[in-house]
Write a protein that binds this ligand. Structure first.
Ligand code: CA
Length: 343
């Protein structure tokens, strides 16, 4: 009798777990795009702490390399769109008028003040409704500081937030004699992020870097970013067109665990821009065993073909059912997911 009872209990447990497996609960992961960048200047440590406190799954780091080989967290290879470099270092621009991260040392970059993104030609804010240019000495963080902050917050709060690290334009840095991809992988390895199940993702727009990351021993999650135009420093529009073909997607899946097209490649605007149609590339990525992530949801800069932010959220999570999404406003996305019982 005792055995029979134990058998029944065991069956019940097994039945319960198989039901749970069968249900395949959908819980999309949210990445804070450059931190909580809709509210506070992008890629500052306060922007990352704010995003962390919003309960995101991932905090994003875009990584560039200084003249003296230090990894810092900034979106552009230029310093003149988010700092006061033009005022502090007049004459240090190249012939094209731009101030390059790779022409400045870490100490020089640390002396700059980070502000909300602006157009270097006009000085006007890219997103006028966002954080004003207040006299606050925000600085450019190093990649190590970002990792220390996330890991320290995980300890102090008992949280489990991950990092989502993008190697910016590795081909450009290689031309400057700076091996940024190797530098990023070495640093992530040092912080315990280079394991199959570590709480970290390495992302890139550069297909060659996707392959090379595996050659360099990257064991973790690897994300292929896909865009309509290719990278800005090299003419790879054709490469990115190939990355959206069934053949290209299959080839990517040999290296990448995540496929991450721009949102307008999933919800493609109609010719007159009044609406959109859904593409099948996300489905193809899934058929090849990859997760589907996308970018970037902004309530003050809607994707083409969309009239309001709620519609963007509905399409993302009820139709496309993306596995992960980047947003400048991660709190709004998380609130939506909670309302819809997806979190
Ligand atoms: Ca990025």
């Amino acid at each position: 009798m005792k055995h029979l009872f134990a058998f029944c209990a065991l069956s019940f447990v097994l039945l319960g777990s198989s039901l749970a497996l069968g249900a395949e609960a959908y819980h999309p992961q949210i990445a804070a795009h450059r931190g909580a960048s809709g509210y506070i200047p992008e890629h500052t440590l306060p922007a990352k702490a704010m995003a962390y406190a919003m309960g995101v799954d991932y905090v994003e780091q875009d990584v560039v390399m200084t003249k003296d080989g230090k990894l810092v967290v900034m979106h552009d290879i230029y310093l003149d769109t988010t700092t006061d470099v033009a005022k502090k270092f007049p004459g240090r621009q190249r012939a094209d008028g731009r101030y390059y991260v790779s022409d400045f040392t870490f100490d020089e970059i640390r002396s700059l003040r980070v502000t909300e993104r602006f157009n270097p030609k006009t000085g006007k804010a890219v997103y006028p409704g966002r954080f004003p240019d207040a006299p606050i000495a925000y600085q450019v963080p190093s990649l190590e500081e970002e990792f220390y902050q996330v890991q320290s917050l995980n300890k102090s709060t008992g949280g489990n937030t991950s990092v989502y690290v993008e190697v910016k334009q590795p081909d450009f840095f290689m031309e400057q004699g700076l091996d940024i991809l190797k530098g990023v992988i070495d640093t992530m390895t040092k912080f315990g992020y280079n394991e199959k199940d570590s709480k970290a993702i390495l992302q890139t727009f550069d297909y060659e870097s996707l392959l090379r990351a595996r050659e360099l021993g990257w064991k973790g999650e690897l994300c292929m970013l896909v865009t309509a135009s290719g990278q800005s420093t090299k003419n790879d529009k054709e490469r990115h067109a190939w990355l959206r073909t069934p053949e290209g997607i299959k080839e990517v899946s040999r290296y990448a665990t995540i496929y991450a097209p721009n949102f307008n490649l999933l919800a493609v605007p109609t010719a007159d821009g009044s609406g959109y149609t859904l593409s099948n590339i996300g489905e193809l990525a899934r058929q090849n065993g990859m997760k589907l992530h996308s970018w970037t949801l902004r309530k003050d800069d809607l994707p083409k073909g969309f009239k309001n932010f709620d519609e963007v959220l509905d399409v993302s999570f009820k139709q496309l059912k993306v596995d992960g999404m980047f947003s400048d406003f991660p709190d709004l996305v998380i609130a939506y997911l909670k309302e819809n019982k997806l979190r």
